[in-house]
Design a protein around this ligand. Structure first.
Ligand SMILES: Nc1ncnc2c1ncn2[C@@H]1O[C@H](COP(=O)(O)OP(=O)(O)OP(=O)(O)O)[C@@H](O)[C@H]1O
Length: 362
C-alpha cells in the first residue's frame, strides 16, 4: 500500500496546456477515478505519474519520495493501457514473467508469482496459451496480471476496458474492483464513463481543461455538484436559464423562492426531482415524448422558450404527446458563472452552500 501526492502538476505541449496546476492526494488503498471529457488531461496525468511523460513543473511523490526523475521501470508504479500491447511472440506465461526475469528472480519464484497472478485475474492454467488464442477480455486480464505481478505500490489504469463490449466491461470492472480491494493497492483509473466512475471509485476527480473541477466521493459528486459543469457531466440534469428577482428564480413556467442575489442564473434540477402535474386550460409546458423504462417513465417536456427538460415519473401515470403539464421541482441547485450559489429543496429554507451542510440535489 502507498500514498500518492501530486503537487501543482503542469504539462504544456508547445502552446497546448494539457494539465494546469493539478494537485491530488490519494490515500493508501484508495481507488480514484479521473473522469472528464476527451482532451481534459486524464491520460497525461497518468502518464506523468507512470514516468512516460515529463511534467513541465510540479511534483509527484509516492510515500513521500519524489519520483519525478525516475524512469518508468524504476518507479513503484504499474500501468495498464487501453490497448493491452502484449508481446505476440511470447505465450501468456512469458508475457507476465518478463518483468520478473528482468529483475533476475529465481525461476521457481517467477513460476510461483506468475501462477498466482494468473489465478488472481481468473486465468489459472492459461500460461501456455499464445496471446492470439485469447479473447479481448482475456488479453486485458493478462495485461493486468503483467502489471500486478511486479507488485507495484500504485496501479495506473488508462481506460483499460474501453475496447471491450459493455457487458464484458462491466464484468471486468467488478473484477478489478475486487482485486484492488483484496490487494489494497492504491489505484488511479482513467475513464470517459461516468457509470464506470460511479460504480468503481472511492473518489472521483472531474477534470476540465487540465484542471480539477471537483474531487469527491461519487455520491457527493452526484448529489452536490459544486460547478455547473460537474452537474451537467454526471448523470442527467435539466438546466433552465432565467433571472433571480427579489429572491425568486423567475421563469414563465417555473418560479422558485431561492434566497440568492438578483441577476441571471441557471437552475439545475435532476429528472428524478422534477414532478409533473396535469395543467388546466392550456397553461404550462408541453409533453413532447414519453419513454417507458419499466421501472419509471421519462417524460420530455418543452418550455415556451424552447428549452427541453426531462422529468422522471412513475409508471402509474401516462403522459401523451401534446399534453400540457405544470412543473413541480422538489430539489434544485442554482449556478452563476459555473459556480454553485445555493442548493435546496423547494418549500424548505435555503442554506448557503457548504459541503455536507447543503441540502442534496437529488
Ligand atoms: N504528445 C502530445 N503532443 C501534443 N499534445 C498532446 C500530446 N498528448 C496530449 N496532448 C494534448 O493534451 C491535451 C490533454 O490530452 P489527454 O490525452 O491527456 O486528454 P484525455 O482527457 O486523456 O483525453 P481522451 O479521453 O481523449 O484520452 C489534449 O489537448 C491533447 O491534444
Amino acid at each position: 500500500m502507498a500514498r500518492l501526492t501530486i503537487e501543482s502538476l503542469r504539462k504544456f505541449f508547445a502552446s497546448t496546456v494539457a494539465v494546469d496546476d493539478f494537485s491530488l492526494d490519494v490515500a493508501d488503498g484508495e481507488l480514484v477515478c479521473l473522469l472528464g471529457p476527451s482532451g481534459s488531461g486524464k491520460s497525461t496525468i497518468l502518464r506523468m505519474i507512470g514516468g512516460f511523460e515529463q511534467p513541465t513543473s510540479g511534483a509527484i511523490r509516492i510515500d513521500g519520495q519524489d519520483v519525478g526523475r525516475l524512469s518508468p521501470d524504476r518507479r513503484p508504479t504499474g500501468m495498464v493501457f487501453q490497448s493491452h500491447a502484449l508481446w505476440s511472440h511470447m505465450n501468456v506465461f512469458n508475457n507476465i514473467a518478463f518483468g520478473l526475469k528482468l529483475r533476475h528472480l529465481p525461476r521457481a519464484e517467477i513460476r510461483r508469482k506468475v501462477e498466482a497472478a494468473l489465478e488472481l485475474v481468473g486465468l489459472g492454467g492459461y500460461g501456455h496459451r499464445q496471446t492470439f488464442q485469447l479473447s479481448g477480455g482475456q488479453q486485458q486480464r493478462v495485461a493486468l496480471a503483467r502489471s500486478l505481478v511486479l507488485e507495484p505500490k500504485i496501479l495506473l489504469l488508462d481506460e483499460p476496458f474501453a475496447s471491450l463490449d459493455q457487458h464484458l466491461r462491466e464484468r471486468l470492472r467488478e473484477e478489478v474492483r475486487d482485486i484492488q480491494q483484496r490487494l489494497g493497492i492504491t489505484t488511479l483509473f482513467v475513464t470517459h464513463g461516468q457509470d464506470e466512475a460511479l460504480a468503481l471509485a472511492d473518489r472521483i476527480v472531474v477534470l476540465r481543461n487540465g484542471q480539477c473541477e471537483q474531487a469527491d466521493a461519487p455520491d457527493v459528486i452526484y448529489r452536490n455538484p459544486q460547478t455547473q459543469f460537474v452537474a451537467g457531466f454526471i448523470g442527467q440534469m435539466n438546466f433552465i436559464a432565467a433571472n433571480v428577482e427579489g429572491g425568486t428564480f423567475r421563469h414563465p413556467e417555473m418560479s422558485v423562492a431561492i434566497g440568492a442575489q438578483d441577476g441571471p442564473a441557471v437552475l439545475a434540477v435532476r429528472p428524478e426531482a422534477l414532478g409533473l402535474v396535469a395543467a388546466e386550460g392550456g397553461a404550462g409546458v408541453t409533453v413532447v415524448r414519453s419513454t417507458d423504462f419499466g421501472s419509471h417513465i421519462m417524460v420530455d417536456v418543452e418550455l415556451s422558450d424552447g428549452t427541453r427538460l426531462k422529468a422522471m415519473t412513475s409508471p402509474a401515470m401516462r403522459w401523451e404527446r401534446g399534453t400540457r403539464a405544470r412543473l413541480v421541482p422538489s430539489a434544485y441547485a442554482l449556478y452563476r458563472d459555473n459556480k454553485l450559489v445555493v442548493s435546496g429543496t423547494v418549500g424548505a429554507s435555503t442554506a448557503a452552500p457548504a459541503f455536507g451542510a447543503a441540502p442534496l440535489v437529488v
